[in-house]
Every structure is written in C-alpha cells, then in structure tokens.
Design a protein around this ligand. Structure first.
Ligand SMILES: [Zn+2]
Length: 640
C-alpha cells in the first residue's frame, strides 16, 4: 500500500536560480542552526528529548547546507556558482567545528539523565556527547584553546599539503627512440623536439601508459622516480608538522596516539587493532604474493636479464605483459562489448532486479544537460531520486564518486543522491564498468538507507571503515557472466561469451596478492607515520614499503610527500582492505547465485536499509547470522 512520501527538491532552471541555490539556501540553513543553538542555550525548561530533537533539526539543516554545496562546487558548469558553493561548504565546516567547542551547548547535554530515553535516543545522545568530547570542549581553558589552534592548523597544513601535490607536476626528457612499446596514439601526441627528445609529465595521462607499456626499463624508472618525488622537498616540513600537530592533539584529548583518536568512531576501534589487522593481512597475503613475485621477476628478466628485483617502476609493465601473453584477454575485444548506453541500462536493470526497485526517468531541471534523473520506485512507493552525471567536462570533478544532494528524513525529506563520474560516451573499458557498479553501490545505499528519523544516521552515514563494503560488494556483479550477458552486447548483437568472462576473471586474479601488498605498504605508511613518528621520514617509509611488499620502492624515493591520502585518511588507510574483508564475507552468503532473491532481500533489509542506525558490526552479524570472519578474503587472495 502506498504511503505519502516527501517531494523531491525542485532544482533551479536558470543561472540566477543556481546562484541563489548555491549561496542563499545554505546561508539560510546556517541561520536556522544559529537559532536552534540559541534556543538550546536559552530555554533550560526543554526536556532532554526536545533537546535531542532540536539537535537533529540542526543536523538536518547542516546536511541541507553541506551536501549540495559540496556537490555544486564539484559539478556546476559555471565557475561563479562553483565558487559560491565552495564558500558555503567552508562556512558549514566552520560552524560544525565551532559548535563542538561551545561550552554553552555542551552544558545542554553534559549532565543530562538518559533514563527514560528510547534506545535510539540514548545512542544518539552518546554520540553527540562523544562529538563534544572529541572536540575538546571539556578541557581546561588553556588546553581547549590549544586544541582549537591545533585543529585549525591541521586544516591549514592539509590544504597546503594537497595543493603542493596538485601543483607539483614534474617533467622528464627522454630520447624518442626509448619509447618502444607505447601505443601509436600516445606517440603521435608526444612528438620529439629538435634534439630528438620527448617530454613526459607526471600527469596520469603520461604516467599510466608509460608505466604500463614502456619496454625500456630506464624510461619507466625516470618517470616513476619523478612521480615519487612529487611535492618533495616542499612537503617534507609540512608533513612533519602535520604529524606533530596530530600527535599533540591526540595527547591533549587523552588518547594514546592519533590512530586511537581516529578509530574511536570506527568499526576497528583502536590503534592496536589496526596494527593487528595489518599484521594479519600481511600473513594472509604472503604466500600468494611470493608465488606471483617469482613469475613477475622471471618475466622481467626476459626483457632485462640482469634485473635483480622487480621495482615499483616495473610492476604494472610486467603484470600487463603477463596478462596479455598468458591469459588471452584482449582489452580491445573486451571493450567492444561495453557500449556506454547499454552499460548504463545494464547497471540499472541489474541493481533494480537485485534490490527490487525500478528507476523511472524524470524530466526535471538540473545543473547540466548531461545529467540523467530517475525516481527510485518500489510498487507505488517513491523511495528517492538519483541524478547521474556521468561524462567528463571542463571544471567538473575528475574522478568518480557519490555525492549527497538531500538527506533522507522519514516522512519529511526525500533522499537524493548523485554520481559524478567521467565515463567515455562510446565504448568503455571493463574497469569503468566495475567503477560504475562500485559507485552505484554507494548511491543505492544512500537511497535505500535514507529513511531515518536522525540525519546523523541516514543513507551512507555509517562507520567510515564500513562504508566501502556495499560498493565493493556490488563490483562483483560486473564480473558475473549472467549479469554481463544481459547488457554486454557488441554491435553485432552478440553477448559477451562466458569463456571470455572466465578468462577475464582469471587474469584479474593474477597479481592480486602483489597489489594487496602494495596497498599494505600504503596502509602501513599511513598508520606508522602517525603512530611511530619517525624523525627520518624517507628512511622510515622506505622500510615500511620493503617490509610490506616484495615489489621494491625506488632507491631514495620520497613518495610520502605526494601521498595525498595522508591528510584525509590520516592513520586509517587500512579502511579499504578492512571493508574488503567484510565485502568478501557478505558476498559468500550469495553462494553461486548473485541474484538469489532471498539473500538479496535480506542483504537489502539487514545491510542497506538501516543506514547508520545500528553499529556496522551488528548489521553484518544480522545478515550473516554470525560474526564476520577473514576466511572469504583469504580465499579471494588465493585467487578464488
Ligand atoms: Zn567507494
């Protein structure tokens, strides 16, 4: 039976409308927050439940200000609108950090008696108090001021660190004759100068083809060496200070180290648990990585008989060569089955079937003509609205990600979410198909989980080290012969052959162990730089990578200076492997049939629909009927 559902947003249809939407609407929401905060402080007669409800009202207003601001700043075709949105996003951040340091607001919740609260209200109160405590509100004045200064300094240093990387592009000049192996279109775009030299840059458009295709080991080494020194030495003191600032802040707030601070709100729970997890992954991956390493070293020696180790400058080249030579997967042939329009239809049909929803195209204004808008519907119920902005253009976000637009609040505000991607319009690579499924996993999580009372827990607002699991899980449908046969069809109308899909899967599994050791190197670096606080960053990081992976880092490299995730992920780059362990375990429940209706329904109800209303550990346990284990991940590492 249908129940009345909230209306979607009406997006502007002209530039003036967008300017106002980007600037005035968030500003109005921030005024609401200020009014709510004033009431909380000025009206001591409010009951605790009323205070919590008001705090949720402020959360809703903040989400309504923040989500579209982030989205528009990354997607609107007009630079002025993007800038206005970015200013509002910063204003929201400032309000949020000010609130958790506000003594007056803290008093509203500090000594409140939780007896008589419903379980969700009690959990909400605990988390609100935790926010204040983590902000430093209850420290003595001098220390509170110091935490405030350190928090601001972290923001500044993080911005500088990222900007130095963004602007740190390097160039190398190599003889044109040394570019053997690179595709013809690459060579045509890189003509040699009067001296017979070609200039290569550290941009991905040069770096990726060179490290994958250049037969000349020296060329690969030159360019990877330049890439590894991106933002070095300029970022060396920036990073050293950032690590010091974080360590001092963690200590003032009463945590053992920065990883203890960061993981308090996550599934993994503690710094010691991160260390144990990294050790566990290292043990599990070692056998597969050792086998693969022998094969890649042997293949490298066919080109370079004197090579004594496979370095990070050899890894992609040798892996690519082995896949082409031994697995009979022709990327050009694979690509011929993936025409973008059919892939889009395939993603919609596959996820629709899996999650029991339909996507109804909607003709509504948006920020660009490329945007496709759909209502997500089950029976007569409209569950939410999605906007797919899938092709590249100037000034647009240049990766692939899911953005919120409107927070889903039960009976009040319809969840709306957006994908910003950069897919080709014609034929797409299978990698892009996998990315599409991955991002769509976030999107449907946000919509199906977007029917909560509390804005804090709506949609994808679950623990940060769990949030990738549903999207990693959905990637598997891009590797499923049955799913692919329904939409991977070439221009002659022939579906992709099952034996080609099987070969693609086998080829994909090769190198998996080594790739995980590389990820382990990043995760170890992110964790130990923050926890061990070494004086000599270069020597320490070189050691982390050598211990984590048989693929050697380049001698004298300073890759940490260009490791952009150190700002946002902090000590917690482990999260991607952590959620992958869970994703593999969730997948195991589907057995051989990814479209099993009973399992899919349970998955939707137990994992996606609760959003963040329950701890992720409990969601996983409800779905699996047991605690999550490492077994499925271990099998996957072994090539399953
Ligand atoms: Zn993701």
């Amino acid at each position: 039976m249908a129940h009345p559902s909230p209306e979607p947003l009406s997006l502007p249809h002209d530039l003036d409308g967008w300017k106002s939407f980007a600037a005035d609407r968030p500003a109005e929401r921030l005024q609401r927050v200020a009014a709510i905060d004033a009431r909380l402080v000025d009206e001591p007669e409010l009951s605790l439940q009323e205070r919590l409800a008001l705090w949720n009202e402020a959360d809703i207003a903040l989400a309504e200000a923040a989500a579209p601001s982030h989205l528009i700043s990354e997607s609107h075709p007009d630079a002025e609108v993007r800038d206005a949105a970015e200013k509002q996003a910063q204003a929201v951040d400032a309000v949020q950090s000010r609130r958790v340091l506000d003594r007056g607001l803290w008093e509203v919740f500090a000594d409140a008696d939780p007896s008589g609260l419903a379980p969700d209200e009690r959990r909400f109160l605990e988390q609100v108090r935790r926010d204040f405590r983590r902000g430093g509100v209850n420290l003595p004045d001098a220390e509170r001021e110091r935490v405030r200064a350190l928090t601001d300094r972290d923001t500044e240093l993080s911005l500088v660190f990222s900007r130095n990387i963004r602007e740190g592009r390097r160039e190398v000049r190599v003889p044109a004759a040394s570019l053997d192996g690179l595709p013809a279109d690459f060579l045509a775009e890189h003509p040699s100068d009067a001296e017979g030299m070609v200039t290569l840059t550290t941009e991905y458009t040069d770096l990726m083809p060179v490290r994958e295709y250049a037969r000349n080991r020296w060329v690969r080494h030159e360019l990877m060496g330049a890439y590894n020194d991106l933002a070095w030495p300029v970022n060396e003191p920036v990073l050293a200070e950032l690590l010091a600032v974080r360590a001092e802040r963690a200590t003032l707030l009463g945590y053992g180290d920065w990883a203890d601070y960061e993981t308090e709100t996550r599934m993994i729970g503690s710094s010691a648990a991160v260390r144990a997890f990294l050790d566990r992954v290292a043990d599990a991956v070692a056998p597969a990585a050792a086998d693969e390493y022998d094969r890649v070293l042997a293949r490298l020696r066919r080109d370079d008989p004197d090579a004594d180790a496979v370095t990070i400058a050899d890894f992609w080249y040798v892996l690519g060569a082995l896949k082409r030579e031994e697995y009979d997967v022709d990327a050009q042939l694979v690509r011929s089955y993936f025409r973008f329009d059919r892939v889009l239809e395939g993603v919609l049909n596959t996820t629709g079937r899996l999650l029991d929803v339909r996507y109804i195209p909607v003709d509504a204004p948006s920020w660009h003509d490329d945007v496709r808008t759909y209502d997500v519907v089950r029976g007569d119920d409209r569950l939410g609205r999605i906007h797919l902005d899938l092709h590249p253009r100037d000034g647009k976000y240049n990766h692939a990600a899911c953005f919120g637009l409107a927070p889903g609040i039960a009976g009040r505000s319809m969840p709306e979410s957006v994908l910003l991607c950069n897919f080709s319009r014609g034929l797409v690579e299978h990698d892009e198909v996998v990315t599409f499924f991955h991002e769509f996993g976030h999107l449907v999580h946000d919509i199906l989980g977007g029917h909560q009372r509390w804005a804090r827990w709506t949609g994808v607002a679950t623990e940060w080290d769990f949030v990738e699991a549903p999207s990693q899980l959905l990637e598997e449908w891009a590797w499923d012969a049955e799913a692919l046969a329904s939409f991977a069809v070439n221009d002659a109308g022939e579906p992709i052959p099952a034996d080609l899909v099987a070969r693609m899967r086998t080829a994909d599994a090769f190198g998996r162990g080594l790739e995980v050791t590389r990820q382990l190197g990043h995760a170890t670096t992110s964790y130990r730089l923050h926890v061990d606080r070494p004086d000599d960053l270069a020597t320490a990081v070189d050691g982390y990578y050598r211990a984590a992976s048989p693929i050697a880092p380049l001698e004298g490299a300073h890759s940490y200076a260009g490791f952009g995730h150190l700002t946002g992920y902090g000590a917690c780059y482990y999260t991607y492997q952590w959620s992958l362990v869970i994703a593999r375990d969730l997948l195991s429940a589907f057995g051989d049939d990814l479209f099993d209706v009973e399992t899919a329904t349970r998955y939707r109800r137990e994992i996606l629909e609760p959003g963040g209303t329950r701890d992720a550990r409990d969601l996983v346990k409800s779905f699996l009927g047991r605690e999550s284990t490492f077994d499925a991940y271990r099998d996957w590492l072994a090539g399953a």
